[in-house]
Design a protein around this ligand. Sequence first.
Ligand SMILES: *Cc1c(COP(=O)(O)O)cnc(C)c1O
Length: 648
Amino acid sequence: MTQSKSTKDPSEWTVEDSSILYGLDRWGKDYFSINSLGNITVSPKGSPTEKLDLMVLLEELNGRNLKAPLLLRFDDILEDRIKKLREAFTHSISTYNYLGKYQGVFPIKCNHQHHVIDKILRSGRQWNFGLEAGSKAELLIALSLINDPEALLICNGYKDQRYIETAILARQLGKNPIVVIEQFDEVERIISASKKLGAAPLIGIRAKLSSQSNGRWKNSVGEKSKFGLSIPEIINGVKALKSANLLDELTLLHFHLGSQITDIAVLKDALQEAGQIYIELKHLGAPMGYLDVGGGLGVDYDGSQTATPASTNYSLQNYANDVVATIQESCAAHNIKVPTLISESGRAIASHFSILIFNILGTDSNCEEIPKQENQESLAVENLRKTLNTIIAIDKNKDSDIPKFQEAWNDALKFKDDALTAFRLGYIGLPERAKAEQLTWLCAQELARRIPKDKLVTKELEAVNRALAETYYANLSIFRSAPDTWAIEQLFPIMPIHRLNEKPTKLGHFVDLTCDSDGKLERFINNGKVKSLLELHDFKNGSPYWIGMFLGGAYQEVMGNLHNLFGTTNAVHIRLTNNDEYKLDHVIRGNTKADVLKLMEHNPEHLLERLRMASELAIESGKLKINDAQRLLEHLETSLRQITYLHE
Ligand SMILES: *Cc1c(COP(=O)(O)O)cnc(C)c1O
């Protein structure tokens, strides 16, 4: 007789269970999965037939002395994202018979790293992929790195005279910068720069739309937004350009709804409004030709496909369809030639390709043994022992026993409080207080084991889980490597990258290396909601436990700071070669301690020299032995050359 699947032992934990638990099957479906060894695998080209085992990779990197925390960058994923974006638009263009094309640009501010921009331009070259610059420094990057004469360079941000003149001169160099007017006074600056140089730039206008976005960045649009021209300003700007003989250069209309648009309805409204403005600009005599829908294409961080902050209620294809179809309709109604469509999608291109790997240094785990009973115990401890026995005697299958869960937990908390008061007043000592805390924790553990999952769980009983939660100490600075989790409460998928064939029996959160109480990760994805504790494995001293933070390739690196002088981590660019092999394209060493000290205007040599002099004095006065002084200085010197994180 063959065994049917349903006879599987329910206590048996499979990698599929892990995939569902951490939502990997939803947010990771194109690039990440779990193999039978319980390790996460990466499919850098988006095809499940080619995979790299993250654990094997990490061990091999360790062998090259590249240790966690590590930023792994899969350049093939970057390429695949550009390809997918491009394919989505190509598909919509043919579906709706759109007689124009799509041309993307990457907003540099999303990830400024040289190798990243370089890779994007190389991969996107076949589709004339360009760049968007929002400052003069970014303009410099864009001008020097773009070498495709067809690629666009969208110039956004505040512009002074020099910015505009640079763009005009670069046009003569054979580049295609389009200067987008974001503030009304830039109209005058463009006019005067053009007169001065006897040449004009290509010009765009950013419109302030009345359509309201949702989500965190909703203030990027609307009549009160920081950027863009109001409708009266657009009319006046066009007049001014016309009388300066520059209207022939007005080729682009731009809008930007703010990052991470979660609800597609918002985009539809904006597209209709922008479509009408585009038509009006044509009627006013501008040649036009480009419509730039800005950034905002969202990433489904939790895989829930909802209009919640960590998700989107649309796919890449839905997005492209809406852009193409709406503009097609607007133009058809007025018999106007459709524009080339541009998007400045940053988050959607750069999020997936990098994974931050950090190791756990330890946990604050509790001892699971019942403290030994002694003759003279305090009342609070005695009561806690009784409560623990009551909990153990509860029959979870008896409905009449259900209220006892809550009652017992309330009792435990009360008796623990009593113990703390007695301690403060000097009636009990530290050993007695330790017993009380230990017993309360055991009560929570026994309760958590017994509370039936399908029965109503009150808020207080949720607190049982919190009481049981463990703190996992992470070799990481969130201020450096995941700043948005702190600054704007952004959610990223975070999960162990191995042991996924083993049931995670703990609930925990992470604290980082900084001395800042904000330095922690305690908000986790939960299919459209948020949870404050993550299912984790028992941490065993001596065996590494590696955690990955996924989808963090956009914005995190540049927003990160040097809090407590934790610097950049090592970063590795990995490319897939044949037969599931890989190649390290670039290794970017993290900041050493000397590097971060210099950034703060300290001179590491001087700091060392002062300590050397102090040690000479201590030797002279007989407080320090010569070889100990030598050892101290050696530690300091070596430390300066090493990166800022902890190493075994
Ligand atoms: C930030 C920004 C973008 C990028 O937005 P994403 O949501 O990352 O795609 C594009 N355009 C402008 C003008 C921006 O300010």
